[in-house]
Design a protein around this ligand. Structure first.
Ligand SMILES: [Zn+2]
Length: 578
């Protein structure tokens, strides 16, 4: 991509688009846009900030956080070594640079991601820093501008990195409630957990020319669908055509466009300052509900604390005989009335939902639906929800809140639908909106991970007041096969990846992601589906009843604290040694 000789490299760069050798200073003057072909080279966060803000106005926010290796992740390199190398290579402490600044004289808070730092991956520290930036914007009552560049969640931090999608989303929700403008600027590339949260659940989404954004990456989609992708798939112009971004802006116009948006927001009628939910300062974790659930080492008597290999658990969680959401609706609930459709043009078969009764109480149940036979699995798209499925789930959750019904979600999905159509219909934004809406839904929400809890597709139904998990279920930021393909030489390392990801119920219980483990009968859930349905019913009742008397505002405040805790404040909570 660049010329090879070190001295030459400083003076000349080769354009990634047209391969023209360009004088570095000339390229700089042109904002790192090739004057020959117009390709926008990727920018590091400091350069991006310089291009966007009024000179001298940027004041970085503190970014020193305790170092975090929450799950002691090792692939071919220990995670701390990768962090050290990223710091040395970029001069940054993390994959995001945050600060206060003025743009055209308008104050704003900026959070700018840097793809050079571990692929701009969203870990606990990044989530914490962006959340603090959003809280600063709320305190100063100024707009928040996010510039995204990310491959997705940070695998090396396991499910805790997945939780960051909710952590940041609840901060965005607070800005929404306060009537403060949020803008995201998508730069190349923006994928995965970042795409499916704060990149798309802001008020205005701007794509820089040449940026690509999507939930699933093109390589994964090609692999799964086995067909060629449409021309220009996931590019800024594709996103504009499919209604997913407000505008596509070349780099030279980006600052001006942001200034115009900030000016418009400042010129509007200021909404009444009404913090419906009191602003949550990062309270010391001790002030919140118990943070560390139980001892973090030593023998425990909790169910599932057997030393079963995580890979064995992955296979049990995927067993075709494992009870599905419809099985639980039959055996653990009464009087299920299914409700269909997202009211926007689709009804996704991979998500089922409707009203039901649980021990005489009315509840809304929403879950992923797989199947036991190949025909059922195909008809249900293997439990992989489309954007229509996520929007149906959101519609039903909001209906429940209006009717005063608690929401119970049953999570069992390998992940969101990795298809071309799903991307065209705004997969990332659909997941992002669910996550944000669930952080503030004014009714009790209880999630049960019953089988596979696969990444953002699972989290879209799992932002809850209490999260239960079946003993042989798994919950992970990425599939072991996907993780192995990226961090190990190949997918055959999936069993090792399964161990490194800490995706079992006991591990997630230790990390505080899961509140309680629901035991399964000997031989796992598929051996005695009716028995496990009874256990699940009792566990759901036990967890739900205490929530029913809590006022909605208190519930929402606690739910937000729950996800706020998953930031870097949780340094020190470590998975047990394995
Ligand atoms: Zn060029």
């Amino acid at each position: 991509m660049t010329a090879t000789a070190p001295r030459e490299e400083q003076l000349w760069s080769r354009c990634a688009g047209c391969a023209t050798l360009l004088y570095r200073k000339r390229l700089r003057r042109n904002l790192d846009v090739c004057p020959e072909c117009g390709v926008h080279a990727r920018l590091g966060a400091p350069d991006r900030v310089r291009q966007l803000v009024d000179p001298g106005s940027f004041q970085p926010l503190p970014d020193r956080l305790a170092d975090l290796d929450p799950i002691d992740f090792v692939d071919v390199l220990p995670y701390p070594h990768r962090l050290t190398a990223a710091r040395a290579g970029t001069g940054l402490t993390e994959a995001v640079l945050c600060g206060t600044a003025a743009m055209g004289g308008h104050p704003a808070v900026l959070a700018v991601m840097d793809f050079r730092f571990l692929g701009g991956s969203l870990g606990c520290a990044v989530g914490e820093l962006i959340t603090r930036a959003a809280e600063r914007a709320l305190d100063d009552r100024v707009p928040l501008v996010l510039v995204t560049a990310s491959g997705g969640a940070r695998m090396q931090e396991g499910a805790l990195s997945l939780m960051q999608m909710a952590t940041v989303s609840q901060a965005i929700a607070a800005l929404r409630e306060a009537g403060l403008l949020t803008v995201s600027v998508l730069t190349d590339p923006t994928y995965g957990g970042v795409a499916a949260s704060f990149a798309t659940n802001t008020d205005v989404v701007v794509a820089e020319s040449g940026a690509r954004m999507g939930f699933a990456g093109p390589r994964v989609i090609r692999q799964v669908t086995g067909r060629a992708l449409p021309e220009g798939f996931q590019t800024a112009d594709f996103l504009l055509r499919h209604g997913q971004v407000d505008m596509v802006v070349p780099r030279r116009s980006l600052r001006g466009r942001l200034v115009a948006l900030l000016a418009a927001a400042q010129g509007g009628r200021r909404p009444v300052v009404r913090p419906a939910v009191p602003r949550q300062h990062p309270a010391p974790p001790a002030a919140v509900r118990p943070v560390a659930p139980g001892p973090i080492d030593g023998p425990t008597s909790e169910p599932g604390s057997t030393d079963a290999d995580p890979w064995t658990t992955v296979r049990l969680a995927r067993h075709p005989g494992r009870p599905t959401t419809l099985d639980y609706l039959e055996n653990a609930f009464d009087g299920f009335v299914e409700l269909h459709g997202d009211r926007l043009g689709g009804d996704c078969p991979a998500v089922v939902g409707g009203v039901a009764r649980l021990d005489g109480r009315s509840v809304m149940v929403i879950g992923h639906q797989k199947g036991h036979t190949t025909a059922e699995l195909v008809a249900r798209n293997f439990g992989m929800a489309s954007p229509a499925g996520h929007r149906k789930a959101l519609r039903l959750a909001r209906l429940a809140a209006r009717l005063g019904l608690p929401v119970i979600t049953l999570v069992d999905t390998p992940g969101a639908d990795p298809g071309v159509g799903a991307e065209e219909q705004g997969q990332a934004a659909a997941i992002a909106e669910n996550i944000l809406a669930l952080t503030v839904l004014p009714t009790p929400v209880l999630a049960v991970i019953t089988g596979e809890g696969g990444s953002g597709g699972a989290l879209a139904l799992a932002v809850a007041d209490r999260v239960l998990m079946l003993e042989h279920a798994v919950y992970s930021v990425i599939s072991p096969e996907g993780c192995a393909a990226i961090l190990w030489p190949d997918r055959s390392a999936a069993p090792q990846a399964a161990r490194a990801l800490r995706l079992t119920a006991p591990d997630l219980h230790r990390l505080g992601v899961v509140d309680d483990i629901v035991p399964e009968p000997p031989g796992a859930a598929h051996a005695e589906p009716e028995a496990v349905a009874r256990t699940l019913r009792n566990a759901v009742l036990g967890a739900l009843l205490p929530l029913l008397d809590v006022p909605a505002a208190t519930l929402v405040r606690r739910r937000r604290q729950r996800f706020r805790r998953f930031g870097a404040a949780r340094a020190g909570i470590r998975a047990g040694a394995r």
